[in-house]
Design a protein around this ligand. Sequence first.
Ligand code: ADP
Ligand code: ZN
Length: 211
Amino acid sequence: MKLILLGAPGAGKGTQAEIISETYKIPTISTGNIIRAALKAETDMGLKAKAYIEKGELVPDEVVIGIIKDRLAEDDCKNGFILDGFPRTIPQAEALDTMGIVIDAALSIEVEDSEIVKRMSGRRVCEKCGASYHTLYKKPIKDGICNSCGGKLVIRKDDEPETVLNRLNVYHSQTEPLKDYYKAQSKLLLVEGQEDVKDTTALVLKTLSEI
Ligand code: ADP
Ligand code: ZN
């Protein structure tokens, strides 16, 4: 299965991607995680992306399109993949089409802005492996410590409240139009993501089982 996950920042794309990845045995490709890893390793790409990511703005299309081209060429993508956080603009979606990548569906997780703001304030990430947690909804076993690698849990710089509002604006103006783009291709699936993670997961898996 070749799947795109759409939704506002904090809608739960990452969490659902993990579950779909295990269920369908396909890799998740998260441009956010790839960019953050590059930032940490201080590669050229990471340094270029730093200012954008920290302000909650989008990294330039040509940079992320390059990342995705390289990543999709890897062996583990042969049997399918989940794109988490890409495409985020119309030109990025057009680039996928130009690459000849035919996706099965673009699944959008629908959550209201007020709920997004609430969720983002509790979000924590492992500074070592990037795993994500939440102070209310997805607590680690040990406070402030990553379950899988023992790393320290921190607030992502772009999860600070002012930046979250900026990311929501960017989502509505640049990413949300992708819903119409995929609707026109009869690929759009909408899933209610407003309730508990397990409710959303059940809906996501049911929706995917029907395509
Ligand atoms: P979330 O899904 O919570 O918004 P991500 O980890 O997907 O966060 O992305 C974090 C940041 O990385 C974005 O705000 C943006 O700066 C950058 N980024 C990730 N994916 C893309 C993309 N496809 N196009 C442009 N910028 C991106
Ligand atoms: Zn970790």
